[in-house]
Ligand binder design. Structure first.
Ligand SMILES: C[S@@+](CC[C@H](N)C(=O)[O-])C[C@H]1O[C@@H](n2cnc3c(N)ncnc32)[C@H](O)[C@@H]1O
Length: 465
């Protein structure tokens, strides 16, 4: 969608037509050479699909050109064709200096591998790299100017996530990656010493890499020693050519299976001829999609969407209950802070079916409704409670909302109402903007993200009314 919107933004002059034509021609050459490379290397692309820009929702995508049945394999990626620190030409050096380049994100070894391969004309993955769109086309918020980020994404949580990333990227580059590259300057292209180039590779990893589900690797590598398993806390990312051509929707129709010899893209539904084949990048909320991939889905398409309700607004919402004087709220928040349930960085996640952090939120609601003697008893027990206290029920799923007390609902409703003003526009203003078609990609996806969050909050308000 981003690409088509950008294309629409170009006026329809002859000059622009020429630019588009020449881009398509050169892209097709890249596509042809990528497909030949894939065929030579055992990807076994089904003749029921094509890779194309036409009919894809963003840049390239995979399109069904014949009816596909649930369970059919569309292509595979032999493990030797994956790009990661174990398959790059410099794997020996990376292995030897493994402890020096680990870093806190765990991405540095892959980023160093990518920088090396991406700048090498002889890289075995050259046809793969040539097909990846220019990184500016992905338009990730980390490349937007600060003004756009602040004005378009206020309240969504993306601004804070991007600022944290930018700080970490610079730090990891300066302290780990650059010293390693300089120590091996004879084998790296000089471009690899530039922070801007490193940021592009980070964007590549952010929006194109995959991680192997931990259970699979553990099951299949039963011989691996325990030490390795311990170190592999969160699995490191890797590049998976061809699989990363698929775009994402929450209601995906294909899925990547990790098998011993190869990874396989398998249809998980019947896919009619003419439809795009969509993978899933995970159970991702819109703010996460926008942060990592530069797009979001329009409400209510993304059933994984979430919004955070800060513990600070829940404390403010306690005022609606008569049991809560200013003094009581202070005592309650201090007790909740001791349990890590209150503080600047503490929030609770609301999804499309209700509150996801059910146990924690139930605890907060219970405390919110306590009178002085109940609170005293509880604080004396250091948060441990008797069984009778559990009689409120613990599900905060909307299906269970009829069973919730009116006090709990009053707090939830007020918390959602207090969260809405953190955005720069009202739901009504969003609605008017969503009807207008004159948006850039980044404006559109920001609108989807903030509006989706507001709609989740409004649903909670309605369910509590
Ligand atoms: C792994 S790549 C997918 C392939 C990409 N379209 C290409 O041509 O190389 C991920 C990027 O595709 C785009 N994308 C994926 N799914 C999308 C969607 N549903 N809507 C808009 N853009 C999407 C985003 O730019 C994202 O960063």
């Amino acid at each position: 969608m981003a690409a088509s919107m950008k294309r629409n933004a170009l006026a329809n002059t002859d000059e622009n037509q020429d630019i588009k034509r020449s881009k398509i021609t050169s892209d097709d050459k890249n596509l042809e050479s990528f497909l030949s490379w894939a065929a030579e290397n055992g990807f076994g692309l089904s003749d029921k699909v094509i890779v194309a820009r036409e009919s894809a929702c963003a840049q390239y995508g995979m399109i069904a050109i014949a009816d596909i049945s649930d369970g059919e394999t569309l292509f595979q990626i032999p493990r030797k064709m994956l790009l990661h620190p174990g398959t790059t030409d410099i794997s020996d050096i990376l292995e030897k200096e493994r402890d020096k380049i680990q870093g806190s994100s765990g991405w540095a070894p892959l980023l160093i591998s990518l920088m090396y391969e991406y700048t090498s004309e002889q890289s075995p993955w050259r046809p793969y790299f040539n097909l990846v769109p220019d990184f500016t086309e992905l338009d990730l918020p980390m490349f937007w100017n600060k003004e756009d980020r602040n004005s378009l994404l206020k309240g969504s949580g993306v601004i804070e996530a991007v600022e944290k990333d930018l700080k970490n990227i610079e730090e990891e580059f300066t302290t780990i990656v650059l010293p390693f590259i300089k120590a091996h300057a004879d084998i790296f292209h000089s471009q690899c010493q530039e922070l801007e180039f490193y940021k592009k590779m980070v964007a590549f990893v952010m929006s194109y890499s995959f991680t192997e589900p931990a259970s699979i690797s553990n099951n299949e590598d039963e011989d691996d020693d325990d030490d390795d398993d311990e170190k592999s806390g969160s699995p490191p990312p890797m590049m998976v050519p061809m699989a990363d051509i698929l775009n994402h929707v929450a209601k995906n129709n294909a899925h990547l299976k990790f098998e011993k010899e190869a990874l396989k893209m398998v249809a998980i539904k019947d896919i009619p001829k003419g439809e795009e084949v969509f993978n899933t990048y995970g159970e991702l909320a819109n703010w996460h999609l926008l942060h990592m991939y530069g797009f979001a889905e329009r409400y209510p398409s993304n059933h994984w969407d979430t919004v955070e309700i800060s513990s600070l607004v829940i404390a403010q919402a306690m005022e609606v209950l008569s049991v809560n004087t200013h003094d009581m709220i202070k005592k309650k928040t201090s007790h909740l802070a001791d349990l890590n349930l209150y503080g600047e960085d503490v929030g609770f996640i609301l999804g499309v079916d209700g509150v996801l952090d059910e146990m924690e939120m139930c605890d907060v609601l219970k405390v919110s409704c306590m009178n002085e003697s109940q609170l005293e008893k509880r604080t004396e027990n250091e948060g441990w409670e008797s069984d009778e206290e559990d009689d409120e029920g613990t599900s905060l799923c909307y299906d269970n909302f009829l069973n919730l007390s009116k006090e709990w609902k009053a707090i939830l409703k007020r918390s959602a109402e207090l969260t809405l003003p953190r955005y720069s526009r009202s739901i009504e203003e969003d609605r008017a903007m969503l009807q207008s078609s004159s948006h850039s990609g980044r404006q559109q996806y920001s609108l989807y993200t903030v509006n989706g969050q507001k709609m989740l909050l409004q649903t909670l308000i309605n369910k509590c009314s």
